[in-house]
Design a protein around this ligand. Structure first.
Ligand code: SF4
Ligand code: SF4
Length: 600
């Protein structure tokens, strides 16, 4: 046996490899990204970054039908994109096992919403396992694949940020199983015309009964009996929180979470006057228990938004538990304070900012100068919403910047109240997200004759999640050189009349392009192209402010570059941060900023 300290994502990858997964597909998204990055390091497994999560799911469906054990990974919002194939996959079944590893992000460390993916398991009538540490991540992948094959169904492995990114010890044997199942044609089972789907839906419902029986005896559901005065039901990281907050409490730890082990829950509940459910986000377990006729205390006390931790759990429940046990705080002792906490009021606020030399800065500066109404999608450039650039009006999800631009333009075109805004709409999105979900919106704009401009912020990578490749970069996840999608040619091919490429470090060129395209009555695309400065260090030199020339007008500060500050009535550049993009020098009206060299 080997022992290793692994994150949950690393353990999922190792478990998948040992269990014989031969095909894996994903679109990068925090907190799930590292699963595929890790798995791609192992031999004899095909891994791909798919253009989006829906395609990843479809690749997975084809692969499992073709007889290969398959892993599909994504973050919670990605499952919205993949929901269409996901909802029908249980009808057609799997052949070799398919596991969907989906990672939720309570507290929204890197997401636009808090979304509880457990509802997708119930909605699709798909079994769901939820690990509580890396060791369970490793074990559950194999168990989930076997469960998938035993019941001819996909299985969801539901992760959360703290499980995906925390490291705990995993004991494992470095052995890889071989699974290679024969492919068989079965159109009634695998072609979901309504007549076939009507035959398959009762099978899916009946399967739930079999799964429920399996859940009752699953080793991942266990009772830890201690005090008979406090009973808690929890799963995943919340099990760890509950155990730490109330070490004397009895716990029913759920790992096979859907379908729930109903008999086991009734039996456990019978020992306690009051039962508690500790879970993050939605009252998913709580609602299920109440539907079974088990009265529980859950979201009436425990916060429904944000992340929990042992302290939050303890504070939420200690008053009631004190009544149950007669013991002060229900046995919870607040942690000893660790020194004097800092006075928050004297600490400077440090909002997130785009990096010094970020290629997106010049583009958003140009948009602001042109008073554009900007709809955006999700990427590191979304940080331009903050002052001083204040560059974005609205944003919801990946690819939406294009469709929203169309909607805004159509509304403004027929509006008296917003008369001046028609023709000023610009949709922005990244290169990876243009391929992910933006291209269909662009086709719609051309088809429905929308006189707006789309800007593709092409920094040659998927920067926000850690520089993953995509179909435009010319490299695959497996490190192979491949065809690089030409975004400009693609835009022209779908009928965009004007497509131009600008360098956002050249402010005059970028501002002129934005002004011309906003003014022109046509659908247009501007590709703002320069590599992310973190991925590809540019050939620049630090710039310096000539204090003799600087009159402290602060114009350069409108760029929001973190390398630039005002000190003693003059701008100052931190040469350790400056990458020499020259934007500040281009903005300064007094030629007070001088480059030692120039940019490539
Ligand atoms: S724009 Fe030029 S003159 Fe104005 S503060 Fe910056 S460096 Fe000084
Ligand atoms: S040249 Fe100016 S804008 Fe560019 S990184 Fe340096 S300080 Fe920032």
């Amino acid at each position: 046996m080997k022992r290793a300290l692994l994150s949950g994502n690393e353990a999922v990858a190792l478990g998948a490899w040992c269990a014989g997964v031969r095909v894996a597909a994903a679109y990068p998204g925090t907190p799930s990204t590292e699963i595929l990055e890790e798995l791609a390091r192992y031999p004899d497994v095909y891994c791909e970054w798919s253009p989006n999560e829906k395609v990843a799911m479809e690749v997975g469906i084809g692969s499992c039908l073709g007889g290969a054990r398959t892993l599909v990974a994504m973050k919670h919002v990605g499952l919205n994109v993949a929901a269409d194939p996901w909802m029908t996959l249980p009808y057609i079944g799997v052949n070799a096992g398919l596991v969907l590893a989906v990672a939720d992000d309570p507290g929204m460390h890197s997401s636009q919403n808090e979304q509880d993916s457990r509802y997708y398991a119930r909605m699709a009538k798909v079994p769901m396992l939820e690990p509580a540490d890396s060791s369970e991540c490793f074990e559950m992948i194999r168990a989930a694949l076997e469960l998938s094959e035993r019941h001819d169904t996909p299985v969801m492995l539901r992760l959360e940020t703290r499980i995906s990114h925390s490291r705990t010890v995993v004991e494992y044997r470095e052995e890889r199983r071989t699974v290679d199942l024969p492919y068989e044609k079965d159109a009634v089972k695998r072609v979901m015309i309504p007549g076939h789907a009507r035959l398959r839906h009762p099978v899916v419902i009946e399967r739930l009964g079999d799964l429920q029986r399996e859940s009752e005896s699953s080793p991942f559901n266990r009772v830890e009996m201690r005090s008979t005065r406090i009973g808690i039901v929890a799963s995943g990281v919340c099990y760890q929180y509950a155990r730490e907050a109330f070490p004397e409490a009895s716990l029913l730890k759920l790992g096979f979470v859907y379908p729930l082990p109903e008999k086991m829950l009734h039996e456990f509940a019978s020992h306690f006057r009051r039962l508690y459910v500790v879970e993050e986000m939605e009252p998913w377990i709580e609602e299920s228990l109440k539907a079974m006729g088990i009265d529980v205390v859950g979201k009436a006390r425990i916060p429904r938004d944000g992340e929990l931790d042992p302290d939050v759990v303890a504070r939420s429940l200690s008053e009631l538990m004190e009544m149950d046990t007669g013991v002060r705080g229900g046995g919870w002792s607040p942690p000893a304070p660790r020194g004097t906490p800092p006075d928050q009021s004297v600490l400077p606020s440090r909002p997130p900012v785009m990096c010094p030399g970020c290629p997106h800065r010049g583009l958003f500066y140009a948009l602001r100068r042109n008073k554009a109404v900007v709809s955006s999608d999700i990427g590191c450039y979304t940080l331009s919403v903050l002052p001083p650039l204040s560059g974005i009006d609205c944003q919801v999800c990946m690819g939406a910047g294009v469709g929203m631009a169309l909607g805004l333009e159509k509304a403004f075109a027929s509006s008296e109240a917003n008369a001046g805004k028609a023709g000023k709409v610009v949709g922005v999105l990244g290169d990876s997200t243009f391929i992910h979900g933006g291209i269909t919106g662009l086709i719609d704009m051309v088809y429905n004759r929308t006189l707006s401009t789309i800007v593709i912020l092409d920094n040659r990578t998927t920067a926000m999640t850690g520089f993953q490749d995509h179909p435009g970069t010319g490299r695959t996840l497996m490190g192979e050189e491949t065809f690089a999608l030409d975004l400009a040619e693609l835009a022209r091919a779908v009928g965009v009349e004007s497509v131009r490429v600008v360098d956002p470090w050249d402010l005059a060129e970028t501002e002129a392009a934005v002004a011309e395209e906003i003014a022109a009555p046509r659908t247009s695309v501007i590709i703002s192209r320069r590599s992310c400065v973190l991925r590809e260090r540019q050939e620049g030199f630090p710039y310096r402010v000539n204090e003799e020339k600087c009159d402290a007008c602060k114009r350069c500060l409108r760029l929001g570059c973190p390398a630039l500050v005002m000190r003693d009535e003059a701008a100052v550049i931190d040469e350790d941060l400056c990458v020499g993009c020259s934007l500040c020098a281009q903005v300064c009206g007094r030629d007070a900023i001088e480059g030692v060299g120039g940019y490539a």
